[in-house]
Ligand binder design. Structure first.
Ligand code: ATP
Length: 572
């Protein structure tokens, strides 16, 4: 019951004031439905001419009291009353169902928002170690399962209220018949329990196999080119087929258990209706109108009871997804970078920044490998410094610490002589710098939209200048669509060098005080790289530059070269 309780509490908390209003509508709907059902009794008394129930008798005598004595006037009054009840019922049901639907939809929407904002707030070390496909699976598949079970559960709550009222009516009319109905529910429940347990087991398996599919699919999509070059499409297809086979088996088993459960219910309901008829007529001498109402209630109960039972199964199937989502959320929130009070004044500065890293050490928590060990270096305002070192020595790690993405285990980052420690200080610091990572990333949008991301206030003049420095003016003014050229998914409609230059122009539009380039011009030919780096040099009154490169020719653009070796920074 643990996860179920947590799930209910979560929906309740999330819905705010809407849930009590929805509950009121659910109860009102059930009561009006019950009144509509009872209205059959006087109608039956009128039609058969035999008032065989208390309610039938009182209704007829009440009508005589107000002068309705002819059959026609009574039939008209009863039909009008019936129609009014029906109209009120429909109005309440419409409001109830739209509210329940919107509660369900908003609940799962909020789950997606919670997960995305938890990712946005979690520290970089955790986010970078997160498997993308697991997260995609959580936010699409797990949340969808939650969506359908939440919707079913809310509708079932309305059905339960309806069933309780209808059972109450039978209890008032004939308690013995109620026992029959309970026998039906008991038998149904007996068959449902093992099926619910099975649905829970299948739910856990579905979460696992679903994640595997997303993993294989993610690998497949991002390595299409590689797969084709190695003629390895068949291998992917085989792995994919294996995972979907698992999902299919689990889904089929789940569907089959639902169909079996439905079959049992229909049989149990059929037996109960016949039994109620026979026992009512031959043993209990139940009045005909009560029998009619009972059969009507029983027939109407089959649908709701079936739905309630299926909701049980669907819940058992979705609860593992809820548990998994909660686990992901808690893990991400535990590593949320805490906002801290600060009197940092970095945001007031302008002109090139100075930077100092003092005695910085860092070990990746998942591998335990110590990458930096007392690294110290300095960049003065307006200086261009190159950082070199063998592949895998820790250059990118050092940049991630410089930009505040990773927090050093020991040591301090100083910007303009001020220590940058808290997340708030790091955020202010990141506003001052532009960091171009090794893989240039572009959105599937126009070049202009890509350029203006994070620099919304840039005008035509700013864009023109950034384009010129990044040497993409040739691309954007060659008679094609100019800045409206679409970059394609992850920028695939452009060449590697074009992508790098657009990312550089985008970085310049942020007006950084420190520009960090992690092999950010390595896809350009030597002539273009020279042109771009010379352009950047001319802007040293605006920003300092820290760049990583493996190319010896690039080093001549730097004022100083530093070498990273054994976790320390040395003058080269
Ligand atoms: N998120 C991570 N978790 C664990 N280890 C990591 C992580 N990122 C990098 N590493 C490891 O840290 C070491 C340094 O990596 P880093 O990317 O900083 O090197 P680099 O000097 O920039 O290499 P290159 O020149 O090849 O880009 C490598 O051994 C790498 O495997």
């Amino acid at each position: 019951m643990g996860p179920f309780k947590a799930y209910l509490a979560d929906i309740w908390r999330d819905s705010g004031k809407q849930m009590p209003w929805a509950a009121t509508l659910v109860v009102l709907g059930a009561l009006v439905e019950g009144i509509g059902l009872l209205a059959i009794l006087p109608l039956a008394a009128l039609i058969t001419g035999n008032a065989d129930t208390e309610l039938g008798r009182s209704a007829l005598s009440a009508m005589s009291g107000i002068g309705l004595v002819t059959e026609f006037s009574r039939a008209l009054a009863l039909t009008t009353g019936f129609l009014i009840i029906l109209a009120i019922r429909n109005l309440i049901m419409w409001r109830r169902d739209t509210l329940l639907f919107s509660l369900g939809v908003s609940y799962v929407d909020r789950w997606r928002t919670r997960l995305l904002s938890a990712i946005g707030n979690a520290d970089w070390a955790t986010v970078s170690a997160l498997r993308r496909s697991d997260f995609e699976h959580a936010i699409t598949n797990d949340v969808s399962r939650l969506s359908s079970s939440t919707d079913q559960m809310l509708r079932s709550a309305a059905m339960i209220a309806l069933s309780v009222v209808q059972l109450g009516i039978i209890a008032a009319l004939s308690p013995m018949l109620l026992i029959l109905v309970f026998a039906l529910l008991g038998v149904s429940l007996l068959f449902t329990l093992p099926l619910m347990r099975k649905a829970g087991r299948l739910g856990k398996k579905l979460t696992k196999s679903g994640r595997r599919i997303y993993g294989v699919l993610g690998d497949f999509m991002s390595s299409q080119k590689l797969a084709r070059l190695n003629n390895a499409e068949a291998d992917f297809l085989e792995r994919f087929s294996g995972s979907i086979r698992d999902v299919r088996t689990n889904q089929t088993a789940f569907m089959s258990s639902q169909i079996v459960a439905r079959g049992w219910f229909q049989m149990a309901a059929g037996v109960a209706v016949i039994a109620a008829l026979l026992i009512g007529v031959f043993v209990l001498n139940t009045p005909l109108s009560v029998l009619a109402v009972t059969i009507l209630v029983l027939a109407r109960l089959v649908g709701p009871v079936q739905m309630i039972a299926q909701t049980g199964q669907s819940l058992a199937n979705a609860l593992p997804a809820f548990t998994e989502l909660n686990r992901t959320l808690i893990e991400l929130r535990q590593v949320a970078a805490p906002p801290a009070a600060t009197n940092c004044t970095l945001s007031d500065r302008s002109g090139p920044a100075s930077l100092r890293l003092e005695n910085v050490s860092y070990t990746y928590p998942d591998t335990g490998e110590k990458i930096l060990n007392g690294a110290t270096f300095e960049i003065t305002a307006g200086e261009i410094v190159a950082l070199v070192g063998p592949s895998g020595v820790g250059k990118t790690t050092l940049l991630d610490i410089t930009s505040g993405l990773l927090r050093p285990d020991k040591g301090t980052v100083f910007a303009d002589g001020e220590a940058v420690r808290s997340e708030q200080e790091m955020r202010q610091w990141r506003d001052q710098l532009a960091y171009l990572p090794q893989d240039p990333f572009l959105f599937d949008a126009s070049i202009k939209e890509n350029l203006m991301w994070c620099a919304r206030t840039s005008d035509e003049g700013d864009i023109g200048e950034a384009i010129r420095i990044a040497a993409i003016d040739g691309l954007t003014s060659d008679g094609r669509e100019g800045l409206d050229i679409r970059a394609g998914e992850r920028g695939q409609s452009l060449s590697g060098g074009e992508r790098q230059r657009i990312c550089l122009a985008r970085a310049l539009l942020r007006r950084p005080r420190l520009l960090i380039l992690d092999e950010a011009t390595n896809a350009l030919d030597a002539r273009l790289e020279d042109l771009v780096l010379e352009g950047l040099r001319s802007l040293r009154s605006q920003f300092s530059i820290l760049l990583i490169t493996h190319r010896a020719e690039t080093l001549r653009h730097a004022d100083r070269v530093l070498r990273l070796e054994n976790g320390r920074v040395l003058e080269a």
